[in-house]
Each structure stands twice: as C-alpha cells, then as structure tokens.
Design a protein around this ligand. Structure first.
Ligand SMILES: Nc1ncnc2c1ncn2[C@@H]1O[C@H](COP(=O)(O)OP(=O)(O)OP(=O)(O)O)[C@@H](O)[C@H]1O
Ligand SMILES: [Mg+2]
Length: 446
C-alpha cells in the first residue's frame, strides 16, 4: 500500500507567532519521491514531523489518502521515519533493532521472516548479530533503513539520512535509496539541504525558504525555469551568475541590458519574451546566466542568438575534468544574502569582528528581518561607472564560466566571451523571474 499525502495551507509557529512553516500546500501522489530542499532552518524537518504526527499542525490540513489526518496518532499513520542520526538502540543487535517496531505493532508474531527478508534486500545479512557500536556509519544507516522498511509502511519520511556519511558512501547509499523506494513503490518525502542530492533523487523537488514554498517541480523544471532568484541561485553548481542590469529600450535603437561597463544587445527580431521586457525600460533588473550560458570565443564565432562581451581573467579554478574561470566583466553582482556564506573564504571572519559589521553582515541581518520577503538585496542603483569593490571575502570576478581544461588562461588576460541569449534569465527587482516569461509553460524538450 502506498499513500497520497496532501498539505493544504499548513502553518506552524513555535513562539511569538513567527511562522516557521507558512501556508504550505503540496500534493504528493502515491509512489512519488518528493524532495524538500532548502537552507538550514527553513522548516524542512518541521514539515516532516507534522506529516509524521510528531508535531501539531497550527493551521491548515493534512490529508492522508484524502482523509483529514491532523489529529491521527503517529502510530495510526503507518508512516516510517528515517533520521540523520541513525537513532538505533545501542543495547540491541541489528536484528533486534529492525524487529523492534514489528514486535510492538504485532506482539506475538515472529518478526524473523520479515527481518531476514529486509536484510537480504539491503545486503546486511552478516550484520544482523552485531550491535550498533560495532557498525560503521554507513552500516548503521542501512540498519536504520531496514527498521523503516521491515514495517512495510505506506510512506517513508527521511530527514537528511545521509548527511553524517562521507561523500563516497553518500553517493552509494543515495543510489540504493532511489532504487529501493522505486522497487517498493512507496511514497517518500526526503529532506535535504544538498541541491545535488535533491536533483539526483527527486521525481519532484519542493524548494522552501523561510517556511514558504518557493517552487515545486521536476529537477529539470526548477533548474531550467526557476521561479525566482532564490531558486535559481540555490540550484546548480557553480552557482548561477547574478548581475545587476538596466533595461534600455529606446524607440529608435536596439534593446540592450546594460551590465555596468558592458551591455547585452538583445538579438533582433526580438523574441516575445524580450518584447515583454520593454516595460522594464529604465528599470533595474537582475540578469541570471548559468556558467554554461557563456563560452570563451571571438565575436566572429558567434552563432545565432549569441552576443559578445569580454572579461578579465581574475581566477582560474582547476577541477580536473573542467575549469571554472572567474571573470571580471565590470558589472556588479546581485546579492542573495542567505546564500552568500558558501562563497566566503574563512580568512576575513576575524578581521570583520574587529572592524564591526560589514556590508554582508548588514545584508544578512536584513535578510533575517525579511525572511520570506524579497529574495534579493540591491543597495544602490547601478550606474555605468566602474564596478564597486566586491564584498570582503568574495572570490574575485563577477562571472563564472565553465570551460575545458585544455584552454590556457592566465590571471589578467582580457578574453572575448559569447553569451547565449536563449539561456538568459531576467528577474525583477524583487527577484521574481520575468524572462523567460512566467506565463510560459514548461516545454523542456526544446
Ligand atoms: N521545538 C522548537 N521550538 C522552537 N523553535 C523551533 C523548534 N523546532 C524548530 N524550531 C525553529 O523552527 C525553524 C525551522 O526548524 P527546522 O528544524 O524545521 O529547520 P530545517 O529546515 O529542518 O533546518 P536544518 O536543515 O538545519 O535541519 C528554525 O528556525 C528552528 O529554530
Ligand atoms: Mg532539519
């Protein structure tokens, strides 16, 4: 048996009316693998705990197979939860740990056949007589999964089950979880803050920010048509380039988006999406370019839809199979405060403390205050003058481009670039996507 899980306008506050989950609506179909993705503290575990019945729902409805389930006891929900910290009983062997819920649910029934079948499925038969203290992290997590599976639940809720494991084991178990849940056909809600994990596992990914659902869609949809700057910046590595731009749409000339010292000239005839941008004339926007939307090539090599700019090499990041080149193009990056931390190096932290709050500290503070408000912070209107100094600690450059390792680039070289306008995103000042137009239906086969 597998379950449909629906949340309708579900809210939760812990203290002083601050909603940690804010009017969340999600319909998860039977057998679906849905990933809840978002930064730390955005309410992912709270959502999971409300579905499991471990946390009360303040407002809104939880429906299990269409039935109102807000007040069902956790034990009546037939849902199994797997946690990050394995949560095994240390004084019980793996066999007893897996069999424990079965003995509680059906006293008097021999749990051994089910335990053995589950152990075979997970390849942990030889671990059954060991205690948790005699198992590695990966093995413990397999036993914890076994305990969830043996119950034959109608849904799995998994709260960052792999985050305590090293990268190699995480990848391995990720593939196993994907295969297992598909074989069992059981509805799964999986929580993670790791976008790569979300993209590789989910049938759909639901992105949360400050307790508010930002977007839900297939991994392809959320990557190719992010609804706002937050989703665009949270999903994909390297992070999407976000540049502050100004739309110029003169009646008698080409339409451009000015990026500080340079401009993107929109190819003519203008596409419908670009014609719609005309209403932004004179307004500040945020231009989003994923690293694959820009390539290193001379203007003469431009294919239809590609427009030239140039960049000064600031930093070359060798990754083995590819190289990430950080260019300075003379534009100002747009700041998504909640997501800035990973780009900071450790070094400036101490200096910051002595010198008082930096721009970034202030932005973070403001982001905290805004929580579910606007995603992006634009401090001063851009001008066409020189680009401002990037915030302390940020890697140099405003545009990261992915290229092959055979291209030899040195710091300080001026390099011609081509921007593929078909892959251009434009967001308004509040961070909402305006190009491609939000009215456009996902047509991801193009
Ligand atoms: N029992 C509680 N009492 C008060 N506040 C709480 C409680 N549990 C969680 N919170 C707050 O609710 C917010 C959401 O917490 P939650 O654990 O759901 O986040 P999360 O997305 O799972 O984060 P993480 O990725 O760090 O696990 C946080 O701000 C947290 O501090
Ligand atoms: Mg959590």
């Amino acid at each position: 048996m597998t379950r449909a899980i629906s949340l309708h306008d579900v809210s939760k506050s812990y203290a002083r009316g601050v909603r940690v989950v804010d009017r969340l609506s999600l319909d998860i179909v039977p057998g679906e693998f849905l990933v809840l993705l978002g930064p730390s503290g955005c309410g992912k575990s709270t959502v999971l705990r409300m579905i499991a019945g471990l946390e009360e729902i303040d407002e809104g409805e939880l429906l299990l197979d269409g039935e109102y389930a807000n007040d069902w006891q956790p034990s009546d929900r037939n849902i199994a939860m797997v946690f990050q910290n394995f949560a095994l009983y240390p004084s019980m062997t793996s066999r007893d740990n897996i069999g424990f819920p079965l003995r509680i649910e059906a006293p008097g029934t021999d749990p051994r056949p089910r335990v053995d079948a589950t152990a075979r499925m997970l390849g942990i038969e030889d671990l059954l007589d060991r205690f948790p203290g005699q198992l590695s992290g990966g093995e413990r997590q397999r036993v914890a999964m076994g305990r969830a599976i043996a119950r034959h639940p109608s849904a799995f809720l998994m709260d960052e089950p792999l985050s305590n494991l090293d990268a190699k084991l995480r990848n391995h178990l990720r593939a196993e979880i994907s295969q297992l849940t598909r074989e069992l056909g059981v509805t799964t809600v999986y929580v993670t803050h790791d976008q790569a994990e979300a993209m590789s596992l989910g049938d759909r990914v639901a992105v949360l920010r400050g307790g508010v659902l930002q977007q839900v869609g297939s991994p392809r949809e959320v990557y190719a048509l992010p609804r706002n700057v937050f989703v665009a910046a949270f999903i994909g590595t390297p992070r999407i380039n976000l540049l502050r731009g100004l739309v110029r749409a003169p009646l008698d000339g080409a339409m451009t988006i000015s990026l500080g010292r340079q401009a993107l000239r929109l190819p003519e005839p203008l596409s419908l999406d670009h014609r719609l941008l005309r209403v932004q004339q004179g307004r500040e926007v945020i231009v989003g370019l994923r690293s694959e939307a820009v390539r290193i090539a001379k203007p003469a090599a431009a294919r239809p839809g590609e427009v030239p700019i140039s960049g000064l090499v600031e930093h070359v990041e060798f990754q083995g199979h590819e190289v990430l080149v950080h260019f300075n193009t003379g534009s100002s990056p747009a700041v998504v405060p909640e997501l800035e931390a990973p780009r900071l190096s450790g070094r400036p932290a101490r200096r910051r403390r002595r010198e008082g709050p930096t721009v970034l500290d202030r932005l973070r503070e403001r982001a905290g205050a805004l929580r579910a408000g606007p995603v992006v912070v634009l401090e001063d209107p851009p001008d066409d003058g020189p680009a401002p100094v990037p915030p302390e600690g940020r890697l140099p450059g405003d545009l990261v481009v992915r290229t092959t390792p055979d291209i030899r680039l040195r710091h300080g070289m001026q390099v011609p670039l081509l921007v593929d306008i078909a892959h251009l995103f434009v967001f308004d000042q509040h961070g909402e996507r305006i190009c491609p137009s939000p009215a456009r239906l996902p047509d991801l086969e193009e």
